[in-house]
Ligand binder design. Structure first.
Ligand code: HAM
Length: 420
């Protein structure tokens, strides 16, 4: 679990505000659900045999003796809220997004944490492939807006209750025949949840899975038509994708479409999946709610931030102005001027400790401010001061009552490198 401090948080804020703007454009409204839910919610939706529920949840008993869990993901809590507030009675189609921390007791490495952050979106009420395509478009445009282009969309279909059992039977038969080649974990998975074998990172297991039955060859006609139409619609939107018949995802609630966005940057190592999702048409009913189809995705915020940091762009907003005081008698005037200019919309740095002008100028350098204004007896008397451009150049005369307008009127020069 990580602390996020100023200096780093700006990248996070950039990702979050980009998501808010973009998801809003697509008509997705923000929802916030509690960080804890009844444990049973996740058992019934994500699935008892998944790693997430079986091994990774932070589960505890509260003082009332209820079993609660810190949410390991956001889809089930959003579905719970959707059911609880009878949203389907109010509108046929709802589009929600959320962002916030999720908790999984995972083995930690770069890009994999125990408290991590997701930005996710869920669309309820539309069964059509157009909805799947629209959601993928949200992610594509989100990644574009972040400037992350080196990401590949993988898609697959897992079929439905009608066609998946035949695939399942064939897969179990095949995996049983190759049992000895599988890792110890997968030998267990084979008993409880054979689809998970396709997910295993072990090379031998991957080789076995690669030569196994292809889920797409087992799809019934309606599932096949859905998948074909989805691909056509992705074409209409100009979205590039790869069909990956081994993509199964780590959660049990999916029917038909599943997808993942995979980054190729080495910084993420094996944590290269920056987001994933799919259709879950059965979950609402399974949780005791209405028969409402749904499709959604979640992006790993920590991983997006890692990629953006690799890009080397800076996200910290430097101050417009540093106010230094030449003498102790000007300290109050400095404090008041800083306050007024902030009210007028400038980002102003001011050393509340006072001290020598030399030490304040050092601090001004370090702050990366565009301009420094020195306030002393003479400036206070005359109402006139000078804006010193920190990147170099001639000082600009300024009246103390028009500092904000004068600073704004100056063309942005490249940032002065903060002194180390
Ligand atoms: P998920 O694939 O489990 O799906 O998680 C989505 C994304 O969250 C991953 O692709 C990854 O980027 C990030 N993530 C997951 N675990 C960690 C971790 N331990 N540390 C850092 N990042 C992590 C879901 O959670 C589904 N609820 C997605 C969904 C929404 N399906 C339908 N609607």
């Amino acid at each position: 679990m990580n602390d996020l401090l100023p200096g780093e948080i700006e990248v996070w804020q950039f990702v979050e505000s980009t998501a808010r703007t973009l998801f809003g454009r697509f008509g997705y409204g923000e929802v916030r659900t509690p960080m804890v839910e009844d444990t049973a919610l996740f058992v019934r939706s994500v699935g008892e045999e998944t790693d997430i529920v079986g091994k990774e949840m932070y589960t505890f008993e509260d003082k009332g003796g209820r079993s609660l869990s810190l949410r390991p993901e956001g889809t089930a809590p959003a579905a719970r809220a959707y059911i609880e507030h009878s949203v389907s009675n109010q509108e046929p189609v709802s589009r929600w997004f959320y962002m916030g921390p999720m908790f999984r007791y995972e083995r930690m490495k770069t890009g994999r944490y125990r408290q991590f952050y997701q930005i996710g979106a869920e669309a309820y009420g539309a069964r059509e492939p157009a909805q799947d395509a629209e959601l993928m478009d949200v992610v594509v445009q989100f990644l574009e807006a972040l400037g992350l282009t080196d990401v590949t969309l993988n898609i697959n279909s897992l079929g439905d209750d009608n066609c998946r059992p035949a695939y399942h039977a064939k897969l179990v038969e095949y995996l049983n025949a190759h049992r000895e080649e599988l890792c110890a974990d997968c030998q267990q998975r084979l008993e409880r949840n054979p689809l998970r074998v396709l997910d295993c990172k072990n090379e031998k297991c991957q080789a076995v899975a690669a030569a196994g039955p292809n889920v797409l060859e087992f799809l019934c006609e309606p599932c096949r038509a859905h998948f074909t139409d989805l691909q056509r619609k992705l074409g209409v939107l100009g979205i590039k994708y790869v069909v990956n018949h081994r993509l199964v995802r780590g959660l049990d609630y999916y029917t038909r479409t599943v997808f993942e966005f995979i980054a190729s940057h080495p910084a993420l190592g094996t944590a290269s999946t920056v987001g994933g999702g799919g259709r879950y048409d059965k979950m609402m009913k399974g949780l005791g709610g209405p028969d409402v189809p749904a499709v959604g995705f979640a992006m790993g915020l920590d991983r997006l931030v890692l990629l953006l940091k690799e890009g080397g762009k800076t996200f910290t907003q430097r101050p417009d102005l540093f106010i230094a005081v030449a003498d102790e008698g000007s300290q109050d005037a400095g404090l008041a001027l800083a306050s007024r200019l902030r009210r007028e919309g400038l980002k102003v740095d001011f050393d509340t400790r006072g001290g020598s002008l030399k030490s304040q100028m050092k601090r001004a350098d370090k702050s990366g401010a565009r301009f420094t204004l020195v306030l002393g007896e003479q400036e206070r008397q005359s109402g006139q001061a000078k804006l010193k451009p920190m990147a170099g150049g001639e000082p600009i005369p300024v009246a103390l009552d028009s500092v904000a307008a004068t600073v704004r009127a100056q063309p942005e020069a490249p940032a002065a490198a903060p002194a180390s």
